[in-house]
Write a new protein. Structure first.
Length: 113
């Protein structure tokens, strides 16, 4: 049975090369160790109806590791949030607490005021 893998070929129009192979980009991204991560922590209110959120960016790694880190932060702060597209969003202003937690886990952080 043929698969419809042609639907995943975004950006490829046509190739006359008979040996052309398309790279689907399905490789899993390797997560850097915490000592090599440089995370930025900032307070954000844009497009959130005036609500404050703590935004953590700069994470390099797989989505599963990002979600695990977000879960640890949410549990230790006792708040809600989400993790997607390399960002962790925590409800409320918890910049100081998150900075301390990430530093204790071995991450290098920079707090944007």
């Amino acid at each position: 049975m043929a698969t419809n893998n042609w639907k995943k070929r975004e950006g490829l129009v046509y190739s006359t090369n008979p040996d052309a192979q398309y790279d689907y980009g399905d490789e899993e991204q390797v997560t850097l160790p915490p000592s090599e991560q440089r995370l930025r922590i900032e307070l954000d209110k844009k497009q959130r109806a005036g609500k404050q959120v703590t935004l953590i960016t700069g994470f390099v790694g797989s989505d599963d590791d990002l979600k695990d880190l977000a879960k640890k932060l949410k549990q230790s702060c006792g708040i809600g949030g989400s993790a997607k597209d390399g960002e962790i969003v925590l409800q409320g202003d918890f910049r100081d607490k998150v900075t301390d937690l990430l530093n204790s886990l071995g991450f290098k952080t920079k707090t944007i005021r």
